[in-house]
Design a protein around this ligand. Structure first.
Ligand code: PBG
Length: 332
């Protein structure tokens, strides 16, 4: 039997000829279940404050939070991630506001879990929204202390879990924090609370607009290179993930997203754990600014999502989540 293996008998364009053929052979797809919505919260009342460096994204005061969560819930988005903008007054050297049981994050968790029992809430574990120097951990003589920081992070995790957080997401990159947090949660009867470890979080230049959003950009002393990963490396990501799996992570995150698709793929080739991608603030702003200027077409957003799916990501944290979810709903 003659096998048709090359041109002119074989023409790959045949499968691309019509929309219906393309749909039949599609290898990946995006659904609302793939989307995680980050939400910024702020102090005060009746506030919906636009964030200058992130077009169309705002910070919500707790009394306005339902507006955005309601949209997410109606569209069927499975999970929201909460990030606080803490006033400068409440920031201090050791970030003690992180452990205040009346802090913004605690209030937000309680409110969302009460009003929207069907949506998951994920909370970030790190000190940067609360420290006067903008670092994720305790600072001593130009060093970010590891073990001392973990102790506080495990208390922060316990507090968030006791308020009802479903997923504890350490984004601090201290060594050994996942294991300590898992033990602390288990000891205190939170054995069903999940841990999403930011396993491969790079010391990236793409976090700028996020730091504006939580008010830490101008405060940050130096950089985060002594704890976040070096962007020249990817084997190191495998070591980080292996440790986090051993320590009890339920899923792992790669962050930023688009410049690190190789890392997602490499993790998927080595482990069976679900991997999430974080399309971070700088990526969001670059894409939205180019769309707003008419430089690129807005389907670029879907294209970026499909690249995450191709690389093997199970879900994507993206500031486009609400737009994407409405688009997906309309197309059905
Ligand atoms: C902090 C944290 C950062 C982001 C999420 N959690 C910034 C940083 O590490 O400086 C960035 C997210 C984004 O840029 O969208 N622990």
């Amino acid at each position: 039997m003659k096998v048709l293996s090359k041109y002119p008998e074989l023409r790959l364009r045949r499968n691309r000829k019509y929309s219906w053929t393309r749909r039949l052979v599609e290898e990946n797809n995006l659904t609302v279940n793939d989307l995680i919505l980050p939400i910024f919260i702020t102090e005060g009342k009746s506030k919906i404050e636009p964030i200058k460096s992130m077009p169309n994204i705002s910070r919500y005061s707790i009394d306005q939070l339902n507006r955005v969560v309601n949209k997410a819930s109606k569209l069927g988005i499975p999970l929201v991630a909460i990030f606080p903008h803490t006033s400068s007054k409440k920031k201090n050297f050791n970030g003690s506001e992180a452990l205040n049981e009346n802090n913004l994050v605690c209030k937000a968790i309680k409110k969302i879990k009460k009003n929207y029992p069907d949506i998951g809430v994920m909370t970030d574990v790190a000190l940067d929204p609360y420290t006067s120097h903008g670092h994720d951990g305790l600072l001593k003589k130009n060093e970010i202390l590891n073990d001392e920081t973990i102790e506080i992070l495990s208390k922060q995790s316990l507090l968030q879990a006791s308020m009802g957080s479903d997923i504890i997401a350490p984004s601090d990159m201290m060594d050994g924090r996942v294991g300590v947090i898992r033990k602390t949660l288990d000891k205190n009867n939170f054995k069903n609370v999940q841990i999403l470890s930011y396993s491969s979080k790079y010391a990236s230049n793409f976090y700028g607009p996020f730091r504006d959003a939580i008010g830490s950009r101008k405060k940050l002393k130096g950089d985060k290179k002594s704890y976040q990963m070096d962007y020249r490396n990817s084997n190191e990501a495998i070591r980080e993930v292996a440790l986090d799996i051993k320590e009890g992570a339920d899923f792992v995150m790669v962050k930023p997203g688009l410049p690190y698709l190789d890392v997602i793929q490499k993790i998927k080739q080595n482990f069976n754990i679900p991997v999430f991608a974080y399309q971070v603030s700088g990526e969001y702003s670059m894409i939205i600014n180019s769309i707003n200027k008419g430089i690129i077409n807005d389907d670029a957003v879907i294209e970026s999502m499909m690249s995450f799916k191709r690389s093997g990501a199970s879900a994507i944290v993206t500031y486009f989540a609400l737009n994407l979810a409405s688009k997906i709903k309309k197309d059905l």
